[in-house]
Design a protein around this ligand. Sequence first.
Ligand SMILES: C[S@@+](CC[C@H](N)C(=O)[O-])C[C@H]1O[C@@H](n2cnc3c(N)ncnc32)[C@H](O)[C@@H]1O
Length: 270
Amino acid sequence: MSPLRDVVVAGLAGSSKYRDLAPETLARTADWALERHPRPADALKAAKRKLHQAFGAYLDPGALAAVGRILDGLGPDPDREALEATATRILALHRSAAERLPILKEFYEAIFEAAGRPASILDVAAGLNAFALPFMGLPGETRYTSVEVDRGLAAATERFLQLTGRPGEAIWADALIRIPETDAELALVLKTLPCLEQQEDGAALALLQRLCAIPQIAVSYPVRSLGGREKGMTATYRAQIADLAARVGRPQREIMVEHELVVLLGPAEM
Ligand SMILES: C[S@@+](CC[C@H](N)C(=O)[O-])C[C@H]1O[C@@H](n2cnc3c(N)ncnc32)[C@H](O)[C@@H]1O
Protein backbone atom coordinates (compact mmCIF):
# COMPACT_ATOMS: atom_id res chain seq x y z
CA MET A 1 0.00 0.00 0.00
CA SER A 2 1.17 3.56 -0.64
CA PRO A 3 1.67 5.70 2.49
CA LEU A 4 -1.05 8.15 1.34
CA ARG A 5 -3.48 5.34 0.78
CA ASP A 6 -2.64 3.98 4.26
CA VAL A 7 -3.55 7.36 5.78
CA VAL A 8 -6.92 7.55 4.00
CA VAL A 9 -7.76 3.89 4.71
CA ALA A 10 -6.87 4.38 8.40
CA GLY A 11 -9.16 7.44 8.50
CA LEU A 12 -12.03 5.43 7.02
CA ALA A 13 -11.38 2.41 9.22
CA GLY A 14 -11.39 4.70 12.25
CA SER A 15 -14.87 5.99 11.45
CA SER A 16 -17.67 4.12 13.22
CA LYS A 17 -19.80 4.50 10.07
CA TYR A 18 -17.37 2.78 7.69
CA ARG A 19 -15.12 0.52 9.76
CA ASP A 20 -17.31 -2.53 9.04
CA LEU A 21 -17.10 -2.22 5.27
CA ALA A 22 -14.83 -4.80 3.63
CA PRO A 23 -11.16 -3.68 3.76
CA GLU A 24 -10.94 -3.90 -0.05
CA THR A 25 -13.81 -1.39 -0.29
CA LEU A 26 -11.96 1.09 1.90
CA ALA A 27 -8.78 0.64 -0.18
CA ARG A 28 -10.68 0.97 -3.48
CA THR A 29 -12.44 4.14 -2.28
CA ALA A 30 -9.19 5.61 -0.92
CA ASP A 31 -7.56 5.11 -4.37
CA TRP A 32 -10.55 6.71 -6.07
CA ALA A 33 -10.37 9.73 -3.74
CA LEU A 34 -6.59 10.16 -4.00
CA GLU A 35 -6.82 10.23 -7.79
CA ARG A 36 -8.98 13.33 -7.41
CA HIS A 37 -7.52 14.92 -4.25
CA PRO A 38 -3.76 14.61 -3.71
CA ARG A 39 -3.94 15.84 -0.08
CA PRO A 40 -4.95 12.99 2.25
CA ALA A 41 -7.25 15.19 4.36
CA ASP A 42 -9.24 16.20 1.24
CA ALA A 43 -9.16 12.65 -0.08
CA LEU A 44 -10.51 11.34 3.24
CA LYS A 45 -13.42 13.80 3.09
CA ALA A 46 -14.20 12.84 -0.52
CA ALA A 47 -13.96 9.12 0.29
CA LYS A 48 -16.38 9.51 3.21
CA ARG A 49 -18.83 11.39 0.98
CA LYS A 50 -18.62 8.64 -1.63
CA LEU A 51 -19.19 5.89 0.94
CA HIS A 52 -22.09 7.79 2.45
CA GLN A 53 -23.80 8.00 -0.97
CA ALA A 54 -23.33 4.28 -1.54
CA PHE A 55 -23.99 2.88 1.94
CA GLY A 56 -25.59 5.52 4.11
CA ALA A 57 -29.17 4.97 3.11
CA TYR A 58 -30.13 1.38 3.87
CA LEU A 59 -29.60 0.80 7.57
CA ASP A 60 -30.35 3.00 10.55
CA PRO A 61 -27.67 3.13 13.22
CA GLY A 62 -28.64 0.53 15.76
CA ALA A 63 -30.40 -1.71 13.21
CA LEU A 64 -27.78 -4.45 13.45
CA ALA A 65 -27.89 -4.45 17.24
CA ALA A 66 -31.66 -4.84 16.93
CA VAL A 67 -31.19 -7.81 14.56
CA GLY A 68 -28.94 -9.43 17.19
CA ARG A 69 -31.49 -8.87 19.96
CA ILE A 70 -34.35 -10.26 17.85
CA LEU A 71 -32.30 -13.37 17.01
CA ASP A 72 -31.35 -13.78 20.69
CA GLY A 73 -35.07 -13.98 21.45
CA LEU A 74 -35.64 -16.86 19.04
CA GLY A 75 -35.58 -20.11 20.99
CA PRO A 76 -33.87 -23.32 19.80
CA ASP A 77 -35.74 -25.29 17.11
CA PRO A 78 -38.22 -22.52 16.32
CA ASP A 79 -41.41 -23.59 14.57
CA ARG A 80 -42.37 -22.14 11.21
CA GLU A 81 -44.59 -19.44 12.69
CA ALA A 82 -41.89 -18.18 15.07
CA LEU A 83 -39.30 -18.22 12.31
CA GLU A 84 -41.48 -16.24 9.92
CA ALA A 85 -42.40 -13.69 12.61
CA THR A 86 -38.73 -13.20 13.51
CA ALA A 87 -37.63 -12.96 9.89
CA THR A 88 -40.35 -10.39 9.14
CA ARG A 89 -39.23 -8.17 12.03
CA ILE A 90 -35.64 -8.36 10.80
CA LEU A 91 -36.47 -7.70 7.13
CA ALA A 92 -38.28 -4.55 8.25
CA LEU A 93 -34.94 -3.16 9.50
CA HIS A 94 -33.26 -2.92 6.05
CA ARG A 95 -34.99 -0.35 3.83
CA SER A 96 -34.57 -2.34 0.67
CA ALA A 97 -35.99 -5.57 2.16
CA ALA A 98 -38.72 -3.69 4.03
CA GLU A 99 -40.13 -2.31 0.78
CA ARG A 100 -40.63 -5.87 -0.45
CA LEU A 101 -42.36 -7.21 2.66
CA PRO A 102 -45.97 -6.77 1.45
CA ILE A 103 -45.27 -8.92 -1.62
CA LEU A 104 -42.51 -11.18 -0.37
CA LYS A 105 -43.99 -14.58 -1.22
CA GLU A 106 -45.32 -13.49 -4.64
CA PHE A 107 -41.96 -11.88 -5.38
CA TYR A 108 -39.98 -15.12 -5.06
CA GLU A 109 -42.78 -17.21 -6.56
CA ALA A 110 -42.55 -15.08 -9.70
CA ILE A 111 -38.77 -15.49 -9.85
CA PHE A 112 -38.79 -19.27 -9.35
CA GLU A 113 -41.72 -19.75 -11.72
CA ALA A 114 -39.64 -18.09 -14.43
CA ALA A 115 -36.21 -19.50 -13.48
CA GLY A 116 -37.18 -22.88 -12.07
CA ARG A 117 -36.23 -23.89 -8.51
CA PRO A 118 -32.44 -23.63 -8.21
CA ALA A 119 -30.48 -26.14 -6.14
CA SER A 120 -28.04 -23.37 -5.24
CA ILE A 121 -28.31 -19.56 -5.12
CA LEU A 122 -25.70 -16.79 -5.04
CA ASP A 123 -27.13 -13.59 -3.58
CA VAL A 124 -24.94 -10.61 -4.53
CA ALA A 125 -24.97 -7.57 -2.21
CA ALA A 126 -27.56 -9.45 -0.21
CA GLY A 127 -28.35 -7.03 2.61
CA LEU A 128 -30.67 -8.98 4.93
CA ASN A 129 -32.18 -11.06 2.11
CA ALA A 130 -31.36 -14.37 3.81
CA PHE A 131 -34.19 -13.60 6.21
CA ALA A 132 -36.54 -13.94 3.22
CA LEU A 133 -35.55 -17.63 2.89
CA PRO A 134 -38.48 -18.84 5.07
CA PHE A 135 -40.82 -17.21 2.51
CA MET A 136 -39.12 -18.48 -0.65
CA GLY A 137 -40.73 -21.93 -0.61
CA LEU A 138 -37.39 -23.65 -1.32
CA PRO A 139 -36.40 -27.05 0.09
CA GLY A 140 -34.20 -27.00 3.20
CA GLU A 141 -31.23 -28.35 1.22
CA THR A 142 -31.14 -25.51 -1.31
CA ARG A 143 -27.74 -23.92 -0.87
CA TYR A 144 -27.58 -20.17 -0.20
CA THR A 145 -24.36 -18.17 -0.55
CA SER A 146 -24.33 -14.43 -0.07
CA VAL A 147 -21.80 -11.67 -0.66
CA GLU A 148 -22.20 -8.48 1.32
CA VAL A 149 -19.78 -5.62 1.97
CA ASP A 150 -21.06 -4.84 5.48
CA ARG A 151 -19.54 -7.12 8.11
CA GLY A 152 -22.57 -6.88 10.42
CA LEU A 153 -25.02 -7.84 7.67
CA ALA A 154 -22.81 -10.76 6.62
CA ALA A 155 -22.52 -11.92 10.26
CA ALA A 156 -26.31 -11.73 10.78
CA THR A 157 -26.79 -13.77 7.60
CA GLU A 158 -24.27 -16.39 8.71
CA ARG A 159 -25.96 -16.66 12.09
CA PHE A 160 -29.36 -17.17 10.46
CA LEU A 161 -28.04 -19.83 8.07
CA GLN A 162 -26.57 -21.75 11.00
CA LEU A 163 -29.65 -21.32 13.14
CA THR A 164 -31.91 -22.70 10.41
CA GLY A 165 -29.47 -25.41 9.28
CA ARG A 166 -29.40 -24.02 5.73
CA PRO A 167 -26.32 -25.12 3.74
CA GLY A 168 -24.27 -22.20 2.49
CA GLU A 169 -22.27 -19.27 3.77
CA ALA A 170 -22.27 -15.52 4.09
CA ILE A 171 -19.15 -14.00 2.59
CA TRP A 172 -17.98 -10.57 3.77
CA ALA A 173 -16.48 -9.07 0.61
CA ASP A 174 -16.70 -6.35 -1.99
CA ALA A 175 -18.65 -7.74 -4.94
CA LEU A 176 -16.77 -5.36 -7.26
CA ILE A 177 -13.56 -7.15 -6.36
CA ARG A 178 -14.40 -10.70 -5.28
CA ILE A 179 -17.20 -13.00 -6.35
CA PRO A 180 -16.87 -16.44 -4.77
CA GLU A 181 -16.80 -19.50 -6.97
CA THR A 182 -20.04 -21.39 -6.43
CA ASP A 183 -22.16 -23.99 -8.16
CA ALA A 184 -25.07 -21.54 -8.11
CA GLU A 185 -27.76 -22.06 -10.73
CA LEU A 186 -29.29 -18.65 -10.06
CA ALA A 187 -27.75 -15.35 -8.98
CA LEU A 188 -29.90 -12.75 -7.26
CA VAL A 189 -28.78 -9.19 -7.97
CA LEU A 190 -31.61 -7.34 -6.32
CA LYS A 191 -31.80 -3.55 -6.28
CA THR A 192 -28.03 -3.45 -6.39
CA LEU A 193 -26.75 -2.47 -9.84
CA PRO A 194 -27.46 1.29 -9.42
CA CYS A 195 -25.65 1.23 -6.06
CA LEU A 196 -22.61 -0.52 -7.62
CA GLU A 197 -22.56 1.84 -10.60
CA GLN A 198 -22.53 4.78 -8.18
CA GLN A 199 -19.38 3.32 -6.62
CA GLU A 200 -17.57 2.82 -9.93
CA ASP A 201 -18.49 3.60 -13.54
CA GLY A 202 -18.99 0.37 -15.47
CA ALA A 203 -19.42 -1.72 -12.29
CA ALA A 204 -22.83 -3.11 -13.32
CA LEU A 205 -21.46 -4.54 -16.57
CA ALA A 206 -18.31 -5.82 -14.85
CA LEU A 207 -20.40 -7.66 -12.25
CA LEU A 208 -22.62 -9.32 -14.85
CA GLN A 209 -19.48 -10.39 -16.74
CA ARG A 210 -18.06 -11.92 -13.54
CA LEU A 211 -21.27 -13.91 -13.09
CA CYS A 212 -20.79 -15.55 -16.50
CA ALA A 213 -20.65 -19.10 -15.06
CA ILE A 214 -24.10 -18.79 -13.48
CA PRO A 215 -26.84 -19.83 -15.91
CA GLN A 216 -29.56 -17.43 -14.75
CA ILE A 217 -29.48 -14.03 -13.06
CA ALA A 218 -32.49 -12.29 -11.53
CA VAL A 219 -31.81 -8.55 -11.60
CA SER A 220 -34.12 -6.06 -9.99
CA TYR A 221 -34.42 -2.30 -9.72
CA PRO A 222 -36.53 -0.09 -7.48
CA VAL A 223 -39.43 1.63 -9.25
CA ARG A 224 -39.57 4.49 -6.77
CA SER A 225 -36.88 6.34 -4.85
CA LEU A 226 -36.42 5.76 -1.09
CA GLY A 227 -38.40 8.98 -0.66
CA GLY A 228 -41.33 7.39 -2.55
CA ARG A 229 -41.21 9.37 -5.81
CA GLU A 230 -41.54 7.61 -9.18
CA LYS A 231 -39.43 9.98 -11.34
CA GLY A 232 -39.54 7.79 -14.49
CA MET A 233 -37.28 5.20 -12.90
CA THR A 234 -38.90 2.18 -14.55
CA ALA A 235 -38.23 3.44 -18.06
CA THR A 236 -34.65 4.38 -17.22
CA TYR A 237 -33.82 1.03 -15.61
CA ARG A 238 -35.62 -0.93 -18.35
CA ALA A 239 -33.33 0.70 -20.87
CA GLN A 240 -30.26 0.04 -18.69
CA ILE A 241 -30.91 -3.66 -18.21
CA ALA A 242 -31.76 -4.14 -21.90
CA ASP A 243 -28.39 -2.63 -22.78
CA LEU A 244 -26.51 -4.69 -20.17
CA ALA A 245 -28.26 -7.93 -21.25
CA ALA A 246 -27.25 -7.26 -24.86
CA ARG A 247 -23.64 -6.59 -23.84
CA VAL A 248 -23.32 -9.88 -21.95
CA GLY A 249 -25.25 -11.74 -24.68
CA ARG A 250 -28.02 -12.97 -22.39
CA PRO A 251 -31.72 -13.08 -23.30
CA GLN A 252 -33.88 -11.08 -20.89
CA ARG A 253 -37.44 -11.50 -19.69
CA GLU A 254 -39.34 -9.03 -17.54
CA ILE A 255 -41.20 -10.87 -14.81
CA MET A 256 -42.51 -8.13 -12.55
CA VAL A 257 -42.86 -4.40 -12.69
CA GLU A 258 -45.48 -2.96 -10.37
CA HIS A 259 -43.55 -2.99 -7.06
CA GLU A 260 -40.05 -3.66 -8.31
CA LEU A 261 -38.75 -4.11 -11.84
CA VAL A 262 -37.51 -7.71 -12.01
CA VAL A 263 -35.79 -9.07 -15.11
CA LEU A 264 -34.53 -12.61 -15.54
CA LEU A 265 -31.38 -12.99 -17.64
CA GLY A 266 -31.06 -16.44 -19.19
CA PRO A 267 -27.93 -18.36 -20.19
CA ALA A 268 -25.65 -16.44 -22.56
CA GLU A 269 -26.28 -17.12 -26.22
CA MET A 270 -23.22 -18.29 -28.10
C1 LIG B 1 -30.03 -1.57 -2.18
S1 LIG B 1 -29.39 -2.72 -1.02
C2 LIG B 1 -30.03 -4.22 -1.69
C3 LIG B 1 -30.02 -5.34 -0.71
C4 LIG B 1 -30.68 -6.63 -1.19
N1 LIG B 1 -30.07 -7.11 -2.42
C5 LIG B 1 -32.17 -6.43 -1.35
O1 LIG B 1 -32.66 -6.35 -2.48
O2 LIG B 1 -32.86 -6.35 -0.34
C6 LIG B 1 -27.71 -2.78 -1.47
C7 LIG B 1 -26.88 -3.69 -0.55
O3 LIG B 1 -25.66 -3.91 -1.22
C8 LIG B 1 -24.60 -3.84 -0.31
N2 LIG B 1 -23.45 -3.45 -1.14
C9 LIG B 1 -23.24 -2.25 -1.71
N3 LIG B 1 -22.09 -2.24 -2.39
C10 LIG B 1 -21.56 -3.47 -2.29
C11 LIG B 1 -20.37 -4.07 -2.80
N4 LIG B 1 -19.51 -3.36 -3.53
N5 LIG B 1 -20.13 -5.36 -2.51
C12 LIG B 1 -21.01 -6.07 -1.74
N6 LIG B 1 -22.14 -5.55 -1.21
C13 LIG B 1 -22.41 -4.26 -1.50
C14 LIG B 1 -25.05 -2.80 0.70
O4 LIG B 1 -24.38 -2.93 1.93
C15 LIG B 1 -26.54 -3.09 0.80
O5 LIG B 1 -26.83 -4.04 1.82
